[in-house]
Design a protein. Structure first.
Length: 232
């Protein structure tokens, strides 16, 4: 393909992604009450008797709905984004590389979704821990915009971090690292995973850190096994 053809291809893929993002964002805007209730459940799990939000700014309601529409559209259009990215880069692959492309795209989506799910279900426990640390003298009524920013950030961080095994297997297939090297460095890897989990966990509580560190450790050894199988 010429440079002009590449630019046309990029424009086409970008338009498909933009349209899907726009349509799904509109749907998220329409179904805002249902999405808000879904995101509110961890809060209600942590504080069953008082899981209502406190709004101090007249614009908070509108701001919250727009944010949910945008992030909802972005999340639900991820399969389209991954698919269009794969369709753009596939023509440059060799036959052997193209064979791995579909499993890698599928694995990327699955691991991202798994990370989002772990963050969502552990967030309520994280709030309970943070409220317990604050003491019984504090009564918690959260601002919905700040709450939404925290839970979405946590879901995004967990989703991206759960791509760790996919990246490791890709590095093994590319010959940059070997399963033997990864197995030899397992002690350093566990230390690095633990420290990284403690640093990047948005809520900062030990439960969320362990909810991130334990799966990553399992993924590390699983990636070594998958790398060995792929090399055979």
């Amino acid at each position: 393909m010429t440079l002009t053809e590449h630019l046309k291809e990029i424009r086409y893929r970008f338009l498909v992604v933009a349209v899907s993002l726009g349509v799904l964002a509109i749907l998220a805007f329409v179904f805002y009450p249902e999405i808000l209730r879904f995101l509110q459940r961890p809060y209600c799990h942590a504080s069953p008797k008082r899981c209502t939000f406190l709004v101090t700014n007249p614009l908070d309601g509108l701001s919250l709905r727009i944010k949910i529409a945008f992030y909802g559209g972005l999340f639900f259009s991820l399969p389209v984004i991954f698919w269009q990215s794969w369709r753009f880069i596939t023509p440059g692959f060799k036959a052997r590389e193209r064979r791995y492309a579909v499993p890698f795209v599928g694995a990327s989506i699955a691991f991202f979704a798994a990370g989002v799910a772990v963050a969502y279900f552990s967030f309520g426990h994280a709030l309970q821990f943070l409220e317990a640390v604050g003491g019984k003298s504090l009564i918690s009524y959260y601002n919905p915009v700040q709450y939404l920013s925290l839970i979405l950030l946590m879901m995004f961080v967990f989703g991206v971090t759960f791509e760790f095994p996919v990246v490791l297997v890709a590095l093994e297939l590319a010959g940059i690292v070997t399963p033997r090297q990864l197995l030899r460095a397992w002690r350093y890897a566990i230390i690095a995973i633990t420290v990284t989990s403690a640093v990047i966990t948005p809520s900062g509580d030990p439960l969320s850190m362990m909810a991130l560190a334990v799966p990553l450790t399992i993924f590390y050894f699983s990636a070594i096994g998958v790398g060995k199988l792929c090399k055979k």
